[in-house]
Design a protein around this ligand. Structure first.
Ligand code: UTP
Length: 416
């Protein structure tokens, strides 16, 4: 008997995942059979087992000590403070110490666009895609500071090829190609409610991106950290792909982090109202953290301080700055996985495609902000919504192309 098959059979039996052999037995092509066995051998079954077991545990949020966290309001800085931070940050930028990472590995399910989210045409007269808008911002900074800013774009297994092709087709929108690096984030199998690994509609192991928290390990695995160090990078701005007003090259943010002697910083927006569905910065057991909107009680969300401001009012907008030392440290850690219950098409044990009409499968994701708890402190800078935040999340309504387009046009009209 084929040695590889024997090894796979033993592993599957050990972890109770023998159903995967049904798919193997259905395949007739020799190469396809071998590829399928190889894909099984890349799975960390022990990790899958632990993830499934943990899916039964309730989150321990209530056992944590949650406190408000300090922040700096950019618009309330004195002229001296502002100029001081700006000068520190500008020096770093001009010396080529800043790199930018765009996380573009998400599925963008809510937007429902068929390609990678960055390729979405925002509907401006110019028909610029989100990627072009982001490139414009970086090109402006490159010209302003007369320095090449290395740009790393995190993709997923699924969207890497179309993303790279899109940039090539458009000549990188005028950004120097040598400054752009694509890398791929990790993935994890999706499980049925009884912990079985699913087969996707193409007869492959059903896998999904492992969440934006996977960025640190992916940066290590794909040599991005090494590359940054070789280029002398000290600060790395990490942001999502879907904010068309993102300001990744922010001298004041770098200056604030340097001045406070911290290894990471995050931009925040004041919450629109206590019930707004956003995660907020806080301290958890004395460490910087983010509480998700699903975790916070309505009473806590509405608590105010002596100035009448919400105690937990600084929302996290996925605009963060990390020192390379922090990235190195976090890349060695395992961030916790959060479970999402999703609708997922799959091939059942009889070889039939199942298209569920309600959630049926577990997906595991780590979140970037869980990394904050490994740091002693975090500088938080409150910025203005109309200047820095125009997310494209949903096809319609709030945070949709329509709202982002308006914010984008208003901002550019004001700052002509
Ligand atoms: P979201 O949480 O908004 O997810 O990601 P999404 O995939 O874009 O959209 P939905 O939820 O499926 O509709 C916030 C940012 O993090 C990136 C996304 O590309 C986006 O820039 N992200 C998210 C990743 O890079 N990888 C992931 O696994 C998840």
């Amino acid at each position: 008997m084929d040695e590889k098959l024997k090894q796979v059979e033993q592993t599957l039996a050990k972890y109770g995942q023998e159903q995967l052999l049904d798919e193997y037995n259905r395949l007739t092509d020799k190469k396809e059979k071998q590829d399928f066995l190889d894909s099984i051998l890349t799975i960390d079954f022990n990790q899958v087992k632990i993830l499934y077991e943990n899916s039964k545990e309730k989150p321990s949020f209530m056992d944590s000590k949650i406190e408000p966290i300090d922040y700096t309001d950019k618009s309330k800085l004195s002229k001296e403070e502002y100029e001081k931070y700006k000068a520190i940050g500008e020096k770093k930028i001009k010396e080529g110490k800043l790199a930018v990472v765009t996380m573009a590995g998400g599925q963008g399910t809510r937007l429902g666009h068929s390609g990678p989210k960055g390729t979405y045409d925002l509907g401006l007269d110019t028909h610029k895609s989100i990627f072009e808008i982001l490139t414009d911002t970086l090109n402006e900074a490159r010209k302003k500071y007369e320095v090449d800013i290395p740009w790393y774009i995190m993709t997923s297994e699924e969207n890497n090829k179309p993303t790279v092709e899109f940039f090539k087709q458009h000549n990188f929108f005028g950004y120097p190609e040598k400054c752009v690096t694509f890398f791929k984030q990790g993935k994890l199998p999706m499980l049925s409610t009884d912990g079985k690994i699913l087969i996707d509609e193409n007869g492959k192991i059903k896998e999904a991106a492992d969440g934006h928290g996977g960025i640190f390990q992916s940066m290590l695995r794909d040599g991005v950290i090494y590359d940054m160090k070789a280029r002398g990078i000290e600060w790395v701005f990490i942001g999502g792909v879907d904010n068309v007003l993102v300001k990744p090259v922010d001298a004041v943010l770098i200056g604030l982090a340097e001045d406070k002697n911290v290894l990471a910083a995050g931009k925040s927006l004041v919450k629109a109202n206590p019930q707004e569905k956003v995660g907020v910065f806080c301290k958890r057991n004395g460490k910087p953290s983010v509480i998700e909107y699903s975790e916070i009680t309505p009473e806590m969300a509405a608590e105010t301080n002596e100035n009448g401001e919400l105690k937990y009012g600084e929302s996290h907008i996925l605009c963060n700055l990390f020192n390379i030392k922090a990235i190195e440290k976090i890349s060695q850690m395992n961030l916790p996985y959060h479970i999402a219950f999703k609708k997922a098409k799959y091939i059942d044990n009889n070889g039939n495609l199942v298209v569920p009409d309600k959630p049926n499968a577990y997906k595991f994701e780590s979140f970037l902000f869980d990394a904050f708890e490994s740091l002693d402190d975090l500088a938080i800078m409150r910025v203005k919504r109309e200047e820095e935040f125009a997310p494209v999340k949903n096809a319609e309504g709030v945070d949709s192309p329509e709202t982002a387009r308006k914010l984008y046009l208003d901002f550019h009209e004001k700052n002509k």
